[in-house]
Design a binder for this molecule. Structure first.
Ligand code: SF4
Length: 189
């Protein structure tokens, strides 16, 4: 929903006001970002390693991210949510489709967010972005996805099967790259 609105109303009413649907989206986005931070804290606390150009920044962001217990959202929270999201570089976005956490910093973003955007265009996530963070869990998920794609490739016609296998290999390479570079939270901080 946020993605659609950011893409379609960036020069209209929606971008000039944080009322209405944007307030709701800010709240949901802030809650989701807090969840992503909590998840990263939990994963690193259990010994998972992390990799990526934004790994150190993500750890610092996760450590200072707010906790929203109980999900009871008072009216005043919309403004707090917007302020929280405006802190460029310290808000974490889970991006399960790309098997990564996005530690969104506008100037680094390869997904070409609008000027002043407070969230990435996750559907346009690109490899090699300086905001990328991966955990051991992401590496495992990348390999699981690669195995699924290989199964599809086995019953696909020639050129389609080849493309699928290339895709699966690319996912495994990303997982291997994580394994080769990942470090513990203690080492990074
Ligand atoms: S390209 Fe991906 S990692 Fe980079 S800012 Fe956009 S969504 Fe985040």
């Amino acid at each position: 929903m946020r993605t659609v609105l950011d893409a379609r109303v960036s020069s209209g009413y929606g971008s000039r006001s944080r009322n209405g649907i944007h307030s709701v989206l800010d709240i949901e986005t802030a809650l989701a970002a807090a969840d992503a931070a909590a998840k990263l804290r939990d994963q690193t606390a259990t010994g998972e390693k992390i990799s990526g150009p934004a790994a150190r920044r993500a750890l610092a962001a996760a450590a200072m991210a707010p906790r929203f217990e109980g999900r009871i959202v008072p009216k005043t929270f919309a403004k707090k949510a917007a302020t929280f999201l405006a802190r460029d570089g310290v808000v974490l976005f889970d991006n399960p489709d790309a098997f990564l956490i996005c530690a969104f910093k506008r100037d680094n973003a390869l997904c070409e967010p609008d000027p002043g955007a407070t969230a990435p265009r996750q559907y346009a996530c690109r490899p090699g972005c300086g905001n990328t963070v991966r955990t051991d869990t992401h590496a495992r998920q990348l390999r699981e996805r690669a195995d699924e794609i290989d199964k599809l490739a086995a019953s696909a016609p020639g050129p389609v099967g080849r493309r699928l296998r290339v895709n699966a290999d690319r996912l495994r390479e990303t997982a291997d790259s994580h394994d080769a570079t990942a470090q513990t939270a203690e080492t990074l901080t």
